[in-house]
Design a protein around this ligand. Sequence first.
Ligand code: ADP
Ligand code: MG
Length: 240
Amino acid sequence: MIKIDNLHKHFGKLEVLKGINTGIKEGEVVAIIGPSGSGKSTFLRCINLLEQPTEGTIWIKGEEVTSKKTNILKVRAKVGMVFQHFHLFPHKTVLQNLTYAPVKVKGLSKKEAEEKARDLLRRVGLAEKADEYPNRLSGGQKQRVAIARALAMDPEVMLFDEPTSALDPEMVKEVLEVMKSLAHTGMTMAIVTHEMGFAREVADRVLFLDGGQLVEDAEPAEFFSSPKTQRAKDFLQKVL
Ligand code: ADP
Ligand code: MG
């Protein structure tokens, strides 16, 4: 589904990604973990071209998205993204948050978009919140709306950047449950997370980033029980 070859990203003189090679298979759930500042967000943001890679090639479903000819908006339409701080449209209702892009970008009729939006809201357990404004929702509810909004575009892949890091502890679970059920539908997912229990349980693979390098790429059972590198051992000792 995604292939990443020799991905480098510089911000001025700072080299944040130092040649990452990896891939994500269709239906695979990949957890991306590593210390703060290791380049996890930048890595995700390069995949949907929120950041322009300095060097390297990324393919999504066989299409080279780093090519100069690529329509960035088309790429973003097939790659859903969920952020730590939700990024909902505050002046739109929940339903309008979900219908805006499908109508505007995908050309769905208002009726089609609303039907789909209501289905998705049911899936994330928020059918009764369709007409609320985001500021009337809890953090966990906002994040579930954000997930539903991303799904409304029928993405091929979903990227999550610390989706539960801004939530009060009692709301983490409801968001992780939604993500877990999404994983069970076969969605291809890449998730930057500090929820090690979730990574261990739900992910098919763990990518461990440190200092802009992909230091380990392993199955969760293997990574968490016998990390190969000292860097991963040190990290796990701090977080587990
Ligand atoms: P992580 O998500 O793993 O915490 P980031 O990808 O956010 O790491 O950041 C990696 C490094 O890149 C950090 O040193 C950060 O300060 C730097 N960085 C990230 N975004 C920018 C930017 N837009 N401009 C300059 N430096 C940035
Ligand atoms: Mg980050």
